[in-house]
Design a protein around this ligand. Structure first.
Ligand code: NAP
Length: 193
């Protein structure tokens, strides 16, 4: 499960649990992005903070793991490199899925080696309620093996949480309390977006 996780919230956790059950997965590996390709418009929180928040949020679930693969890899983060590395680590017989938000999957056509990526994994694109699936043509969805999954809890968003924190509005119940405590302790997002 790829994401910037800046910060991780209940929408992400519900998405992971839903994918685990719907697709009968053995486990979900959370993969905080190292240096996101598309995040030139804002400063992303240092990877170590995003990684630790992800570890804290997932610690109690035995089916969830967190990987440092992307944050330890130098240069821009490309999903194709990650999925090929995971295939090498787990063997070619392992069935791989890449779970992320539908908006991110939308970018897939322009991603590095998207065709190759589709050979290595199936995409699970999580959508917020009311998401316009018309954006994806049937052809693209089939060609790139994209499965869609609506997740009502994705009404929560990292952007909204950062905004709220910047304006000193409450974020309780949007993300795990332990993550909220980590955010407060490290004074993250005080500047909002
Ligand atoms: P993003 O643009 O920040 O997010 C797009 C949308 O998807 C947002 O609404 C976001 O909500 C949601 N989202 C992101 N991760 C999610 C998750 N794990 N579960 C549910 N919803 C999620 O996307 P991003 O975080 O930068 O990228 C997502 C993944 O795609 C990462 O693994 C990234 O490395 C990969 N990606 C790869 C390439 C490439 O290889 N060239 C290009 C773009 C993205 P929140 O803000 O609430 O999370």
């Amino acid at each position: 499960m790829g994401g910037t996780f800046d910060p991780i919230h209940y929408g992400h956790l519900v998405t992971a649990e839903e994918a685990l059950v719907q697709f009968n997965l053995d486990k979900v590996i959370f993969m905080p992005t190292g240096v996101p390709v598309r995040k030139t418009h804002r400063t992303v929180t240092p990877a170590e903070h995003r990684y630790l928040m992800t570890v804290i949020a997932t610690a109690s679930n035995p089916d969830f793991e967190v990987s440092r693969l992307e944050i330890d890899r130098a240069g821009l983060t490309y999903t194709v490199d990650t999925m090929l590395a995971l295939r090498d680590l787990n063997g070619p017989q392992t069935e791989l899925y890449f779970i992320t938000g539908a908006d991110a999957v939308w970018d897939i056509l322009t991603w590095k080696d998207s065709g190759r990526l589709a050979d290595v994994c199936t995409f699970i694109a999580a959508t917020r309620p009311g998401y316009d699936l018309e954006r994806f043509s049937q052809e693209d969805a089939q060609r790139l093996s994209i499965e869609f999954m609506e997740v009502p809890a994705l009404a929560i968003s990292s952007t909204d949480i950062r905004l709220r924190l910047g304006e000193r509005r409450p974020v309780r119940y949007l993300l795990p309390e332990s993550v909220g405590a980590y955010v407060a302790k490290n004074n993250l997002y005080a500047g909002g977006l």
